[in-house]
Design a protein around this ligand. Sequence first.
Ligand code: SAH
Length: 226
Amino acid sequence: MSSDEQDWTEQRGRMVKDQLKRRHIQDQAVLQAMATVPRERFVPRRYQNAAYADSPLPLPAGQTISQPYIVAYMLQSLQLEPHFKVLEVGTGSGYAAAILSYLVRQVFTIEWHAQLVAYAERRFLDLQLHNVHVRQGDGTLGWPEEAPFEAILVSAGGPEVPPNLRQQLTIGGRLVIPVGVESHQQELFCVIRDTETRWSRRNLGPVAFVPLRGEQGWDRNKVHGH
Ligand code: SAH
């Protein structure tokens, strides 16, 4: 291992200990995945020195890569199992999808901005994460050809839980999503599909995510055409 690599490994280990374990992230698989994925590779070069800081960081197209603790908290709340097929809405840098690739069988992730799709795709290739599938589009509509999913992770905040996403859960499936009436301030919800026609939800606390675009996000009332 080069001394640079060793330095990143040390920083990553410290992040897991100080930011995750100390704040009661207990899921061993999540801790292990976060100790493995090189976050420094997902952060834009100019912010690389802050890759393991306890905060979100800027991405191209005015977006952000989430704070490590929030990623871990959302993933732990999904109660993932290795055989799961998971949908992520809001690929961004690809960091959360890369963590997911270590935790479950298949990851499908949708990103609104083509520029970020290319950004994330390059990293999945470099790291040889062959179980991650990424496409450009409106993630609020889900990925019907691959549904249903045992878990869905939404990494941007919407005005409501998109109905399509609820419908693309398996029975017993879980969906974690920031929901709020303001575009940059939300409550994190865990929605569980109890039966074919019934869903329950738990509030996991206040969060601040970038807005969820799209037909079942903040663009829902936009008049198209004239
Ligand atoms: N999980 C990402 C965090 C990305 S921030 C990471 O680990 O880096 C949220 C992302 O959601 C942004 O890139 C934004 O462009 C994207 N987004 C917002 N609305 C979307 C939609 N309707 N469909 C797909 N992606 C969306």
